[in-house]
Design a protein around this ligand. Sequence first.
Ligand code: IPE
Ligand code: IPE
Ligand code: MG
Length: 236
Amino acid sequence: MTSQLNKDNLPEHIAIIMDGNGRWAKAKNRPRLFGHNAGMKTLKKIVRASSDAGIKIITMYAFSTENWKRSPEEVDGLMNIAVEYFHKEVGELHENNVKINVIGNLNGLGKKVREAAVKAMDTTAANTGLVLNIALNYGGRDEIIHAVKALMAEGISPEAVTEQHISDHLYTKGQPDPDLLIRTGGESRLSNFMLWQMAYSEFMFTDIYWPDFEVDVYYKMIENYQNRNRRYGSAE
Ligand code: IPE
Ligand code: IPE
Ligand code: MG
């Protein structure tokens, strides 16, 4: 589908909490991993649609620092899906000039998925199209701690610390904050996603489970975003 969106006021950066895979599968009497596999297809579709629409950056929440609480089977299955995604999709993403950027604590991941992530990033490093941030073993609080530690290690004096310093030490350094946050799956919470960066993001929630999320709904949400009035604390 080619985007009919007005190009003037597009969100530069969209962040998405891809939620509802498990409940989608449960409703079909299938295992949770069936839902995660279906979710990967939606991810591919939405990445393509974002590129088509001329979005500059998307950040997709794939696995949180809290998702380790799930069963070993589910965690393993999710990691395998991530490896598969990196192996199978990088070719096409690269052809489409997409730059992959995995954000999160990569050192806390297994070797296989870490190596696949690093390879995907290396392969696409020079690309100039859509930036695809994949949040894997990502936690907003973990990211802020990581930034604070880095600043302290640099020996910065407490009085000198500014917002810019923190922003520059996050996994998203150099990127604008998300303009729009979308969460599928019916929950209205952040679940530790981009806590610092979401200070002035516009939020949109839908009950649709991630595997059922469609491009036309996505574009409607972007249109809805384009009609919002972002004030940043000012009076008008
Ligand atoms: C989102 O779907 C994917 C991940 C968190 C990895 P869920 O697995 O959270 O699905 P629900 O919320 O249980 O339906
Ligand atoms: C958030 O979803 C994490 C991802 C989508 C990767 P969760 O399903 O883990 O969030 P909670 O547990 O409902 O808050
Ligand atoms: Mg969930």
